[in-house]
Design a protein around this ligand. Structure first.
Ligand code: SF4
Length: 173
């Protein structure tokens, strides 16, 4: 819900959504058009169908338990790489990073080279193998959406600036 929308808006929509669908069974048997309304407000209409598919798949194919295995998750309808990684990290407590466009942008600028999602994910998992990956991962998402934006990064406010390649050698205008 946060991908395209400011957190205040996403929070309001999330709270309304969870009030209407407090149980996964309600979401699985919901009117898809109602769910679509919520996700359209967030500019993510395609997510509505995928969310219903994923929730129904967990209920119908996994007995209501989210499987803590990457391959099993990816077999479920509506579950892509990013969602599988989020679930493995946040629900299952496994050592998985989840990188969105914010994380890729921050790490690419920091390293001074364009990174693919799989490279950024690998860098994070290796760098924080000893712990702290989940809070660092979330912090990087926040940093990318709030400070290190796509157009004009606000480097003077950034806690990474002293070691950031982009800050020390910004691209020519
Ligand atoms: S110093 Fe600037 S470019 Fe580097 S991560 Fe921070 S905001 Fe992004």
């Amino acid at each position: 819900m946060l991908i395209r929308t400011r957190s205040e808006v996403a929070e309001r929509v999330f709270l309304e959504f969870i009030r209407e669908y407090p149980e996964p069974e309600l979401l699985c048997s919901s009117d898809p058009e109602r769910v679509l309304d919520y996700f359209s407000k967030l500019g993510l209409p395609s997510r509505a169908k995928r969310l219903i598919q994923a929730v129904c798949a967990v209920l119908e194919e996994c007995g209501g338990e989210i499987p803590c295995d990457y391959r099993e998750l990816r077999r479920l309808s509506g579950v892509g790489d990013y969602i599988a990684r989020v679930l493995l990290s946040r629900v299952c407590g496994k050592h998985y990073s989840f990188v969105d466009s914010n994380v890729i942008r921050v790490l690419s600028r920091f390293a001074g080279v364009p990174l693919k999602a799989s490279e950024a994910a690998g860098i994070l998992e290796e760098a924080f193998a000893g712990g702290d990956l989940p809070p660092v991962n979330v912090a990087l998402i926040d940093l990318g959406s709030g400070v290190c934006g796509p157009r004009r990064p606000r480097c003077p406010e950034c806690p990474l600036r002293e070691e950031c390649s982009y800050f020390s050698s910004p691209p020519a205008p």
